[in-house]
Design a binder for this molecule. Structure first.
Ligand SMILES: NC(=O)c1ccc[n+]([C@@H]2O[C@H](COP(=O)([O-])OP(=O)(O)OC[C@H]3O[C@@H](n4cnc5c(N)ncnc54)[C@H](O)[C@@H]3O)[C@@H](O)[C@H]2O)c1
Length: 460
C-alpha cells in the first residue's frame, strides 16, 4: 500500500518505519527541514532502540522516503496518517493547531480519494473537525473526492516503541467509514496475525480511549506515590506492599512502582488535557486533578529529602545525578523529573554533575544555557565521573546500568557515601552493608532505620 505519514517525531517515524518494514511504500513528511535532511541520510534524530537499523534498511530498499513537501508526499497515497505533536497549552488543554493545519494543508493539495487517519492524541471532537476542514478545503477547490477519516490512537511507549508497534496489544480504529476500517484492517493485519486485535468503535469513543488509558496508568503511579509517602511516615516499606498487592491478579504489577514522579510527553499533558476536557463539559475531574497534583509534589520529593538531610546548607555542595531522560530507554526529557530537581538544586546554590546513557545531547540542547555557563550543571561522560566529590548520588532514572554499579568505586569518588534513590533500585540492607546512607521512596522500616543508624555512626 502507498502511505504518507505527517510528522516524524517518536510516533510518526516509528509508524512510517514499521509500515515500510511490512512492504508498504511510505513517505514521511515533516515541516522541520533539518530533521528531514538527517533522516534522508539515514540518521535518526531521536534515541529509540531498534529504530535506526529499521529506517536505514527501508531507506536502502526504497520503501521509505522523507520530504518536506506535502503535495509530493501525498501523491498516490491510499492512507495518510497525521502524527504531528499536540503539546499542552498554558491552561492544560491540548494544542491541536498542528493537527488542524495538517488537515487544511491536506484539503488544499489532495487530488485523489484517500483515507486520512488521525494518530496524534487529540481531545474528543477533534477528528470531526479534521474531517470538516478537509471537506471545506476540497469544496473551496471544487474537488469532488471521497476522503474518509478515522482516528487510530497510538499506544507505543518510548524506549520500546518499535517492539510495541510491531506487537500491539490492540489496535483501535474509530471511524464510521467501512472503507477506512477495511483498509486499516488490511494494513495492520501483519502486526495482528496471531489473533485479531483490531477493535473498531465510534471516533469519539476511540479519542476518549487514548486519554483514558494514559490517565489510568498515571493514576496508578500517583496512587503508589501517595501510598509511599504514607508508608514512610508509618515505618512501612512500600516495596513490600507493592509486591503484596501486585501479586493479586486483579491489580497486577505494572505501573505500581513508586518513584520521583512521572514525566514525558504523554502522561502529564494527557492528564491535564483530560481535566480540561472534563471542565469544558461541565465536569470537575476531582480524581484526575489529584493525580496531577500528587505528581507535582512527587517531582519535588527528592529535593525535600535532600533538604531534610542537609538542612538549608545546600549552597556550595555538589551532587551527582544519574538519569536525565524521563524514563530509561529514551532521550526524551520533556517534563522529566530530573529537570525539576536540577532547577531546585541550582536555585538552592548547589552544583550538579549529571550523567545519562542517552539524553546528554538532548540535555545540552534543551536545558537553560545559563546553567552550563555558570558552571552549575556539568554533564559527565561517565556515571562514576559524575560522582567526583559529590555529597550524594541522586538516582532519578532507572537505566539498567545503574542497577548494580561498582559501589566501592562510587564510595571512593564521593565526598559522602549518601544515596537518594528516586526509583527504589537498591536494597536498603545491601546499601547499609556497602557503607551507604540510603534514602529511598516510601522505604519506612528497614531503609530508614538503617539509614538513621549509619548517620549516627558517621556522626560518631
Ligand atoms: N511520544 C510518545 O510516546 C507518544 C505515544 C503515543 C501517542 N503520542 C501522541 O502522538 C503525537 C505525536 O507525538 P510525538 O511524541 O511523536 O511528537 P514529536 O513532537 O516528537 O513530533 C511531532 C513532529 O511533527 C512535526 N510537525 C508538526 N506539525 C507538522 C505539520 N503540519 N506538517 C508536518 N510535520 C509537522 C514536527 O516538526 C515534529 O517533528 C502527539 O499527539 C502525542 O501525544 C505520543
Amino acid at each position: 500500500m502507498r502511505l504518507t505519514v505527517l510528522g516524524t517525531g517518536y510516533v510518526g517515524l516509528v509508524t512510517g518505519a514499521c509500515f515500510a518494514e511490512m512492504g508498504n511504500h511510505v513517505t514521511c513528511v515533516d515541516r522541520d527541514a533539518a530533521k528531514i535532511q538527517r533522516l534522508e541520510r539515514g540518521e535518526v534524530p531521536i534515541y529509540e532502540p531498534g529504530l535506526e537499523p529499521l529506517v536505514a534498511a527501508n531507506l536502502r530498499q526504497g520503501r521509505l522516503r522523507f520530504t518536506t513537501r506535502l503535495a509530493e508526499a501525498v501523491a498516490g497515497a491510499e492512507v495518510i496518517f497525521i502524527a504531528v505533536g499536540t503539546p499542552p497549552r498554558a491552561d492544560g488543554s491540548a494544542d491541536v493547531e498542528d493537527v488542524l493545519a495538517a488537515a487544511r494543508d491536506l484539503g488544499a493539495c489532495l487530488d485523489h480519494d484517500a483515507v486520512v487517519v488521525v494518530k496524534s492524541t487529540v481531545p474528543v471532537g477533534t477528528t470531526e473537525r479534521v474531517e470538516a476542514l478537509i471537506t471545506e478545503a476540497l469544496s473551496a477547490r471544487r474537488e469532488i473526492l471521497t476522503v474518509d477519516v478515522a482516528f487510530n490512537p497510538e499506544f507505543l511507549k518510548e524506549g520500546d516503541a518499535v517492539n510495541d508497534f510491531m506487537r500491539p496489544d490492540r489496535v483501535i480504529v474509530g471511524s464510521r467509514s467501512a472503507r477506512a476500517i477495511a483498509l486499516l484492517r488490511m494494513l495492520y493485519a501483519p502486526f495482528t496475525r496471531n489473533h485479531e486485535r483490531l477493535l473498531t468503535m465510534a471516533v469519539r469513543d476511540a479519542e476518549m480511549t487514548k486519554y483514558a488509558a494514559n490517565a489510568m496508568l498515571a493514576t496508578r503511579i500517583s496512587f503508589m506515590n501517595e501510598l509511599a509517602t504514607i508508608c514512610e511516615r508509618l515505618g512501612v516499606d512500600v516495596e513490600q506492599v507493592r509486591v503484596g498487592i501486585g501479586s493479586d491478579p486483579r491489580i497486577g504489577y505494572s505501573f505500581i512502582y513508586p518513584g520521583c514522579g512521572y514525566g514525558g510527553s504523554c502522561f502529564p499533558k494527557d492528564v491535564r488535557a483530560l481535566i480540561r476536557l472534563a471542565q469544558d463539559a461541565g465536569v470537575d475531574a476531582q480524581l484526575l486533578r489529584a493525580v496531577e497534583a500528587r505528581n507535582q509534589v512527587q517531582k519535588r520529593a527528592l529535593f525535600d529529602k535532600l533538604t531534610a538531610r542537609f538542612g538549608q546548607r545546600l549552597a556550595g555542595l555538589r551532587f551527582g545525578l544519574w538519569g536525565l531522560a524521563f524514563k530509561p530507554g529514551t532521550d526524551d526529557m520533556r517534563e522529566a523529573p530530573a529537570v525539576t530537581l536540577i532547577a531546585q538544586l541550582i536555585e538552592a546554590g548547589a552544583t550538579v554533575s549529571a550523567f545519562d546513557p542517552a539524553a546528554m545531547t538532548a540535555a545540552q540542547a534543551t536545558l537553560p544555557r545559563e546553567w552550563f555557563e555558570a558552571g552549575r550543571l556539568q554533564l559527565s561522560n561517565d556515571q562514576y565521573d559524575a560522582l567526583e566529590d559529590a555529597s550524594a548520588l541522586l538516582l532519578v532514572t532507572e537505566w539498567k546500568q545503574f542497577r548494580n554499579p561498582d559501589f566501592a568505586r562510587m564510595r571512593s569518588a564521593m565526598r559522602l557515601p549518601v544515596i537518594f534513590d528516586g526509583r527504589n533500585q537498591y536494597d536498603p540492607a545491601r546499601m547499609a552493608a556497602e557503607g551507604f546512607e540510603y534514602h529511598g521512596i516510601g522505604r519506612g522500616g528497614r531503609g530508614s532505620v538503617e539509614a538513621a543508624a549509619l548517620r549516627l555512626r558517621a556522626a560518631g
